[in-house]
Design a protein around this ligand. Structure first.
Ligand code: ADP
Ligand code: MG
Length: 261
């Protein structure tokens, strides 16, 4: 997991010229983004710029109208075109979705399940893995994110920071090739935010492949190999964090950064 992928291997996830509309509203207007193994890519931009939509298109929670999505070099197969375009192969969709695990702003834990059950659910029911093996892995992951003592607790009994760490453990339990984070710290109070930031930094240091939508410019600066600034459905500027944060070229990016820090 720690060594970077050699340049001959395809990226874990690659998106080319993606277009996405909701009815008449064109939200993504030809976006390219990719993450090689071990890459941390941060996606920044104003509210409404299309960041969540891009992540949701990447793991096929949303349909897109044109452009390519490749997982480890394998293109998604589509049927239909334009507003009727859909993935053609359900098995491929399941495989890709389980390999691109998503962590949401609002945690999205199942309220009626304990934390351990939340983490075990998908590997057991979606992947059909052995329950005892999954339980061992789930307990280890909960310990890793610092809530090993919360296995038998329900989500409502935990703080937001603990719930989000449980959601990260749940995503990791799928043993995905990449993690997709959608504003993982935005719903948290500042002191709880840091618990989650620490977990994300640990994952970056382990060499995990991640795409992180975040409003936290310090986090983006600290963990990213590459930062992408999305503006109204187009990439306005991108590059290594030093360049994007210290010497932004685009006026819109300069404005965005001065408004956020
Ligand atoms: P961001 O995550 O950058 O704040 P979003 O991807 O959530 O942006 O939204 C981009 C645009 O798409 C916004 O104008 C938003 O109102 C619109 N949008 C998002 N989801 C839907 C939806 N399900 N139906 C219609 N419009 C949507
Ligand atoms: Mg969003």
């Amino acid at each position: 997991m720690t060594e970077k992928q050699s340049s001959t291997q395809p990226p874990v996830i690659e998106i080319k010229n993606l277009h996405k509309s909701y009815g008449d509203l064109e939200v993504l207007k030809g976006v390219d983004i990719s993450a090689k193994r071990g890459d941390v890519v941060s996606l920044i931009g104003s509210s409404g710029s299309g960041k969540s939509t891009l992540l949701r298109c990447a793991n096929l929670l949303e349909d897109s109208q044109s452009g390519e999505i490749l997982f480890e070099g394998e293109p998604i197969r589509w049927k239909g075109t334009g507003l009727n375009r859909r993935p053609a192969d359900r098995a491929q969709v399941t495989r890709i979705r389980t390999n691109l695990s998503m962590v949401f702003q609002q945690f999205n834990l199942w309220a009626h399940m304990t934390i351990l059950q939340n983490v075990m659910e998908a590997p057991v029911t979606v992947l059909g893995e052995d329950k005892a093996e999954v339980e061992t892995r789930a307990r280890a992951l909960l310990a890793k994110v610092g809530i090993g003592d919360k296995c038998d607790v329900y989500p409502a009994q935990m703080s937001g920071g603990q719930q989000q760490r449980a959601a990260i453990a749940r995503a990791l339990a799928m043993q995905p090739k990449a993690l997709l984070f959608d504003e993982p710290t935005s719903a948290l109070d500042p002191e709880l935010e840091q618990e989650v930031v620490k977990v994300i930094k640990d994952l970056a240091a382990e060499g995990r492949t991640m795409i992180i939508v975040t409003h936290d410019m310090r986090l983006a600066n600290d963990v990213s190999d590459h930062v992408v600034f999305l503006h109204k459905g187009l990439i306005e500027e991108e590059g290594p964090p030093e360049a994007v944060f210290n010497t932004p070229k685009s006026e819109r990016l300069q404005q965005f950064l001065s408004a956020t820090v």
